[in-house]
Design a protein around this ligand. Structure first.
Ligand code: IPM
Ligand code: MG
Length: 371
């Protein structure tokens, strides 16, 4: 039996807990059939943590996350907490984890599965075969820059402001993640910014270019304005391999890339820290990109596949269990080509199922494949 791996599970709010239950089935299967065992702990984050501990990200959650080899995160937020003051919102749960664990590289794959080509709102010919990896910087920029606030001016009018700021080292380290990834894919990075209007964007473009020239001359680099990238994603998405962007552009463009695939309910993500030169380990958090979907929470209809695929990313990135990750991804693809669909990806002629039937189907497929 392989050495135990420390996993922190943070289900959070909304559909988080229900989709996480389906991952538990997969984890059970992995330990039964593949002899991969995990030391699992649960923790509180988001609205759930506000209710229990009075904070969206209690210190004990951060400590547990730091002690874990990997964090599997559900989702946070919901209307119940919408009226809380800005600095107490559930969303701060994920933002604090990113910041305190130094999780600066957010990897968001947007892969169009053959079985779901018709679920996209774009024409099948445009999205068939799309395979994009968005690399989003996730501990800097306008999300954390100071000063920020809303002030009242002497005339009684209010003024809101944020700061988009990047140190060149922050740009360089996330650029390296993008270039390394490109080498394992189709060897192209499209770096997005607004170098035409933003000073931090000008620096972004310069630094990414320097890194490419000095360290990755074999990788193709294309610079693109973020607005143009949004347009190109909708018109010719197949031109993209790796898209590299700052925290804000990466946030927006990863939602857009995700929408191409037909369902936010399908997409996982990984957020990685730096590799510790001594232990060789890195902090890492895995989460679906769909969010807490409060409108369907508790109804048993949420799609668990993004959470399950986040676990596959965890196997691959935190534990180098590539074979098991691929097995799980293949099981998901097979369940879909077999015709099962949750409501979010429902298509004519397919069988509509709820959260737990979808989870069970993935485990059944794993059983078949491992038989
Ligand atoms: C995301 C989300 C978060 C973000 C929110 C929930 C703070 O939109 O992970 O993309 O903006 O980073
Ligand atoms: Mg977002």
């Amino acid at each position: 039996m392989a050495a135990n791996k420390k996993l922190l599970i943070l289900p959070g709010d909304g559909i988080g807990p229900e989709v996480m239950r389906e991952v538990r089935r997969v984890i059970d299967w992995m330990s039964r059939r593949r002899a991969i065992s995990f030391d699992m702990e649960e923790g509180l984050v988001g609205g759930a943590a506000i209710e229990a501990e009075g904070s969206p990200c209690p210190d004990v959650t951060v400590e547990k996350a730091k002690a874990a080899d990997a964090v599997l995160f559900g989702s946070v937020g919901g209307p119940r907490w919408d009226s809380l003051p800005f600095d107490q919102r559930p969303e701060l749960g994920i933002l604090r984890l990113r910041k305190d664990l130094g999780l600066f590289a957010n990897l968001r794959p947007a892969l169009v599965l053959d079985a779901l080509v018709d679920a996209s709102s774009l024409k099948a010919d445009i999205v068939r075969g799309v395979d994009i990896m968005v690399v989003r910087e996730s501990t800097g920029g306008v999300y954390f820059g100071e000063p920020r606030g809303v002030e009242t001016l002497p005339d009684g009018k209010r003024r809101g402001f944020d700061t988009d700021v990047y140190h060149e080292d922050e740009i360089a380290r996330v650029a390296r993640v993008a270039f390394d990834l490109a080498r394992k894919r189709r060897n192209k990075v499209t770096s997005v910014e607004k170098a035409n209007v933003m000073q931090s964007g000008r620096l972004w473009r310069a630094v990414v270019g320097e890194i490419q020239k000095a360290e990755y001359p074999d990788v193709e680099l294309e610079n693109m304005y973020a607005d143009n990238c949004a347009m190109q994603l909708c018109s010719r998405p197949k031109q993209f391999d790796v898209i590299l962007g700052n925290n804000l552009f990466g946030d927006v463009l990863s939602d857009l890339a995700a929408a191409l695939t037909g369902s936010l309910g399908m997409l996982p993500s990984a957020t990685l820290g730096a590799v510790d030169p001594v232990t060789g380990k890195r902090h890492a958090l895995y989460e679906p990109i769909h969010g807490s979907a409060p409108d369907i929470a508790g109804k048993g209809i949420a799609n668990p596949l993004a959470q399950i695929l986040s676990f596959a990313m965890l196997l691959r990135w935190s534990f180098a269990l590539d074979e098991d990750a691929t097995l799980l991804e293949t099981a998901v693809a097979k369940v879909l080509s077999g015709g099962l669909r949750t409501a979010d990806i429902m298509q004519p002629g397919m069988a509509r199922v709820g959260t737990s039937v979808m989870g069970e189907a993935v485990v059944r497929e794993l059983d078949k494949m491992a038989a």
